[in-house]
Every structure is written in C-alpha cells, then in structure tokens.
Design a protein around this ligand. Structure first.
Ligand SMILES: [Zn+2]
Length: 87
C-alpha cells in the first residue's frame, strides 16, 4: 500500500490521501488495472470497462482537508450613487 496525496475536485478543492498501484505489479505493470472493450448483444462496441487491479484499493482514500473557496471581490457592492465623498 502506497499512499499519495492528491488534489481532487475542480470546483471544490479537496486534499485526499489515496492508495496507489504497485509500480512493479506483475498483473497491471503499475497501471492500476486494465481496461477492456465490451460489446452489446449484437456485437457492437458498447464501451470500455475498467477493471482495477488487486494491488491497490482505489476506494481507500481519506479526505485530509477541504480547501475553502475564496469568494471574488465584487465591485458591484459599492454603490456608485452613494452620498459619501469619493475620497
Ligand atoms: Zn496491480
């Protein structure tokens, strides 16, 4: 079990600790699994299945820290018709 710190999420940035595949794994060569195409009942390509390897557990992850979103400063909050002097 090798742990790696990973930043996940685009909108909400979350720092997570994840398990990673063994780089010298004889089953997956460190790729963490293998993908294989499958077809529907007529033999047409229907998608690709990803089969994770047993050398790691992709569900074993722990959230370390949720990074807060910094709100943008809004200029619209200032009232242009305020009676206050501009200085
Ligand atoms: Zn493996």
């Amino acid at each position: 079990m090798r742990l790696r710190i990973q930043l996940t999420g685009w909108d909400r940035r979350t720092l997570t600790l994840t398990d990673t595949p063994r780089p010298d794994c004889p089953l997956c060569d460190g790729h963490g699994g293998r993908g294989y195409d499958y077809g529907d009942h007529e033999g047409e390509y229907a998608g690709t299945e990803w089969d994770p390897c047993t050398c790691w557990d992709e569900t074993r992850r722990r959230t370390l820290l949720r990074l807060p979103r910094f709100p943008r400063r809004r200029r619209a909050d200032r009232d242009p018709w305020s009676n206050e002097p501009p200085f």
